[in-house]
Design a protein around this ligand. Structure first.
Ligand code: NAP
Ligand code: ZN
Length: 353
């Protein structure tokens, strides 16, 4: 078996401390292992998890941190034994770049729940050399070929990028809980994940309601495919919606009381938490006695992510994006924190310069 090739020099943007902001950063990507591919990145979406990581919201960021896990690009080299992708293919990487592939979760196609821990695209630890992984705010990346997805012809690269996290993270629970024709789904928080949740649930045939703090998003919610819109600070409106939904898909990115959202569920309805809100406030168990289900969901497996990309291509589902230059990333983070994104930023990597 041939050894790895020489390392590749790479340019990117990194945070060096919780309050450093993002700045240019030069580093090396590993040489190709036999089953790796090298990808020239053309686009990378900006997820709220990038911001959580850059600012160490979860207390486990390793600096320097290069975020970015909504990656699209073109294969520019392949390892000796790599045969899933060829030079010139348009491909994508989401939130993970490796897993053990041997545990029963991996064998069931649930690599994101690998019992030995999946390797995150950034801030993860490489399974072979233990180096810390760097994400997609960068001109190129080396990745195990099995963790590289194929971008369908019908999806442009900028539009495909947000699907790799915002798309799959909402698609997976909708599928898991059998959302379909006639299901009543409420999406809490109309941001990057939320707006994909609305589009995907509507495409699956659900009746969709948006739960938001932002009155100015009412018209957008309708345009995205929602039939209804509730302002979560309006206690009367929330009370009148009690017992109405099969699912609440909760994308809110800060610590908050989830009880008001449980009240909205029918018997056997489910609230799926996908926001990374760290500790949850106390919950009175009595609420659950109405046979309400409270659960969570993390991204999706490899096959399911490919299925989601193909579903989006088939149904013409694409995110609403605002393309930005790499050097405006700090303003983009400030706007994301202020919920002023309609509805996903995508970095045009040609502007990395
Ligand atoms: P985002 O684009 O910033 O959207 C979040 C939305 O939540 C905002 O647009 C806002 O919608 C609402 N919101 C924001 N602050 C709020 C507050 N203080 N109280 C109530 N609502 C608030 O974020 P995103 O990229 O969609 O990510 C959402 C969360 O999912 C993040 O925590 C992220 O880390 C997490 N995530 C999890 C996974 C997973 O695998 N589970 C994957 C990706 C991301 P309104 O204006 O409509 O209120
Ligand atoms: Zn993400």
């Amino acid at each position: 078996m041939a050894g790895p090739t020489n390392e590749y020099s790479a340019k990117g943007y990194a945070a060096t401390s919780p309050d450093s902001g993002m700045a240019p950063f030069s580093f090396n990507r590993r040489g190709l292992r036999p089953n790796d591919v090298l990808i020239d990145i053309t686009h990378c979406g900006i997820c709220h998890s990038d911001l959580h990581t850059a600012r160490n919201d979860w207390g486990r960021t390793i600096y320097p941190a290069v975020p970015g896990h909504e990656i699209v690009g073109t294969v520019s080299a392949v390892g000796d034994e790599a045969n899933l992708h060829k030079i010139g293919d348009r491909v994508a990487i989401g939130c993970m770049v490796d897993a053990c592939m041997e545990c029963d979760h991996c064998e069931a196609g649930l690599e994101q729940y690998c019992k030995n821990g999946m390797t995150g695209t950034y801030n993860g630890k490489d399974r072979q050399d233990e180096s810390i992984t760097f994400g997609g705010y960068s001109d190129r990346i080396v990745c195990r070929e099995d963790f590289v997805l194929k971008v369908p012809e019908a999806l442009s690269s900028d539009m495909a990028a947000p699907l790799l996290c915002a798309g799959i993270t909402t698609y997976s629970p909708l599928r898991q809980w059998n959302i379909g024709e006639g299901s009543k789904v409420a999406v809490a928080g109309l941001g990057g994940l939320g707006h994909m949740g609305v589009k995907l649930a509507a495409a699956m045939g659900a009746h969709v309601t948006v739960l938001s703090r932002s009155e100015d998003k009412r018209a957008d919610a309708k345009a995205l495919g929602a039939q209804d819109f509730l302002i979560t600070t309006d206690k009367d409106a929330m009370r009148s919606a009690a017992g109405r939904f099969d699912m609440v898909l909760n994308t809110i990115p800060v610590r908050h009381d989830v009880a008001p959202y449980l009240h909205l569920l029918k018997i056997d309805g489910v609230q799926v938490i996908v926001g990374m809100i760290d500790k949850m406030p106390e919950l009175h168990s009595g609420i659950l006695l109405g046979r309400k289900i409270l659960t969570g969901s993390g991204i999706g497996g490899l096959a399911e992510t490919q299925e989601m990309l193909d579903f989006c291509a088939r149904h013409g589902i694409v995110p609403e994006i605002e393309t930005i230059r790499m050097d405006t990333i700090n303003e983009a983070y400030d706007r994301m924190e202020a919920s002023d994104v309609k509805y996903r930023f995508v970095i045009d990597m040609a502007t990395l310069g």
